[in-house]
Structures are given as structure tokens and as C-alpha cells.
Design a binder for this molecule. Structure first.
Ligand code: R2B
Ligand code: URA
Length: 319
């Protein structure tokens, strides 16, 4: 079998006790090449630091909220506009700032950015690079990032919000692996404990059932998540259940497709972040998502409401 050199990213060598040291302050890019470039084109966002005044447009951003679906993130920004009491003049709507590209949507209301990331790590990774660069070019400081998503739960009632304590891959490893110049680099995916606890308390106040636990992030929705209902399947019900029970015994609360990349990239940039996903199925009971559209909508709003309350608190609008 071919062997590829495997390297841990240097940040993994930090002692355990300093891992929680996410940095407030300016969003820094750990890439010396960017400074030397005359222009930085954020291709998938249809923005550039030459053609747009990114400082003017984005300098006040403090909270970046990501979610998979463009429509959900459009609804989220409209919801945030209400929650932050932003008056949108009659006949006007919030505009998708990235309308020049149809890959992702990007909306802004006050200090909040609402961004879609599509499905899976490759899609999230692209937009995350570009959003970090945007925040850097805009001179943003003290930024926090959130992923508000859906997931399959393990032994949890659907509708439960899982706040990820850590993200692991399909082999339970807490690293995102990137094949870089013929080597596999492993980027650790740590999340901030304090922020998670604050969010958990808010979920309680709002009356939502929520848990803090590990999230498994897979590269596939079907076989990668031990589903029997894909177009292909090489295992049986017993194999599936023994895998799901095994990972549940190892502390996995839910399964989705972006948390590992989200946590790894945010940690690499030392930007505080959290991943909140509602569960929309109990995977110990089945594979197919059968909840009604209305029910799914209501469940998906729960992480949004938690973050909205968090933002309002941070802005001093409520205690
Ligand atoms: C949750 O839901 C999507 C798959 O249906 C995927 O983006 C994820 O992480
Ligand atoms: N998203 C996933 O990735 N898996 C599920 O089971 C549900 C939503």
C-alpha cells in the first residue's frame, strides 16, 4: 500500500493548557504571500480588495454566521435584522453582497455577516479562506464565527441542539487532513469550551434541549455516515448498528459534514468559533429524514435563535 508522509501541523505541538488561547484582536492571515499581492481577488465571493472598499463595507463585522443553505442564510439575516432592530426602509431588502458569483451568498446586517457554505468540507473550506481574507483586509477585530447547521443525532430526540465540544473525522481523529504538496498535513480541530458553555446556558434559557458533545464529520452523507439507503452499500444492518453504537460509546453525539474543517480553520486563525447543529433524525432509529418541512424549519431555527440571543447579549441589548 502506498505510504504518504504524514505531518501534524505545528499548532498541535502546543501544550494542552495553551490551546484555549484563542486571540481577540485583528484577524491575522498566516500567509506572507498575501501582503505582497497588488490585488487579492476573493473569486467565489465576487469581491476584491482593489475593486471594493472592504474596510468601508465590513470593518464593523464581529459575528460571522455560516450555514449550508443560501435560503436559510438569507432568512437568518432577515431574522437578525429584526432582532437587532435594524429598520429596513420600505421597499428595500437586504442584498446578497456576493451576487456577482452564484456559489455562495453573503449578507450583512450591522456587525453580523450571514454566509452560506454549501455542503461538505471542500465547499466550506473555499468560502472560509475567502471570508478570513475579507475580515483581514477589512481590518476586523475581535471576531467570532459560528456554524449553524443540521445533523444526524445519536440517541437524542430530533430537534436537540448539539454544541460541538470537538470535531473528529470518520476514524474519530480530531484533525482535518489536507493533502499538501504530496504530504498529508493534519490540522487540529479544537473548539472553545467557555464559548460553548455560554451558548449551552442560552439554549437552556430559551427552553431548547441541547448537549455539548463530540461531533463526527464525514466526507459523505450515505456510506460515510453508515446509512443503508445510498445507491451503494457494502455492509448490513448489524454492521451499521455496531458502528453507530461504538461511536456513541466514544462520546459522539451527532454526525454532519463540515464541523472538522470549520473548527480546524478557525483554530488555525485563532478566531473563536462554535458549531451548533440541530439533530433532524436519531440515527439509532433510522436513516431517512422524514420530518415535515415545517418541523425541519422549526428545528433549524433553534441554533439561529441561540446565536441571536448570544449576539444581543454581546452587544449589550439584553442581559
Ligand atoms: C448537514 O446536512 C447536510 C447534508 O444533508 C450537510 O451539509 C451537513 O453537514
Ligand atoms: N446532515 C447530515 O450530515 N447527516 C444527517 O443525518 C442529517 C443532516
Amino acid at each position: 500500500m502506498a505510504q504518504y508522509p504524514l505531518f501534524r501541523h505545528p499548532s498541535d505541538n502546543e501544550p494542552e493548557e495553551s490551546r484555549g488561547k484563542w486571540k481577540d484582536g485583528p484577524v491575522e492571515l498566516k500567509n506572507p504571500h498575501i501582503q505582497k499581492m497588488d490585488e487579492d481577488v476573493l473569486y467565489h465571493l465576487a469581491l476584491s480588495n482593489k475593486s471594493h472598499d472592504l474596510k468601508e463595507m465590513f470593518h464593523d463585522v464581529k459575528f460571522v454566521c455560516f450555514g449550508g443553505s443560501p435560503t436559510r442564510m438569507q432568512k437568518f439575516v432577515a431574522f437578525m435584522a429584526k432582532e437587532l432592530q435594524f429598520k429596513i426602509p420600505a421597499g428595500m431588502t437586504l442584498q446578497n453582497i456576493s451576487h456577482g458569483s452564484d456559489r455562495y451568498v453573503l449578507y450583512k446586517v450591522g456587525p453580523v455577516l450571514s454566509v452560506s457554505h454549501g455542503m461538505g468540507i471542500p465547499s466550506l473550506s473555499i468560502v472560509f479562506h475567502e471570508v478570513l481574507k475579507l475580515l483581514h483586509h477589512a481590518g476586523c477585530t475581535d471576531v467570532k464565527m459560528f456554524r449553524l447547521g443540521t445533523s444526524g443525532g445519536l440517541a437524542l430526540d430530533p430537534g436537540t441542539v448539539v454544541i460541538s465540544e470537538a470535531a473528529v473525522d470518520g476514524l474519530l481523529r480530531p484533525y482535518m487532513e489536507i493533502a499538501t504538496l504530496g504530504m498529508i498535513l493534519q490540522h487540529p480541530a479544537f473548539l472553545d469550551k467557555e464559548l460553548n458553555e455560554e451558548l449551552h446556558a442560552i439554549a437552556d434559557d430559551l427552553g431548547f434541549t441541547s448537549v455539548i458533545g463530540k461531533t463526527m464529520c464525514t466526507y459523505d452523507f450515505y456510506e460515510g455516515q453508515a446509512r443503508l439507503d445510498g445507491a451503494f452499500c457494502d455492509f448490513n444492518e448489524e454492521d451499521k448498528m455496531s458502528f453507530l453504537k461504538r461511536i456513541h460509546d466514544r462520546g459522539i453525539k451527532n454526525i454532519e459534514m463540515e464541523s472538522l474543517c470549520f473548527a480546524a480553520m478557525a483554530y488555525r486563525a485563532r478566531v473563536k468559533s462554535a458549531v451548533l447543529c440541530c439533530t433532524i433524525i436519531d440515527r439509532l432509529k433510522g436513516d431517512q429524514i422524514t420530518a415535515s418541512h415545517e418541523t425541519l424549519e422549526e428545528w433549524q431555527e433553534r441554533p439561529q435563535k441561540i446565536i441571536s440571543r448570544y449576539i444581543q447579549k454581546q452587544l449589550g441589548m439584553i442581559k
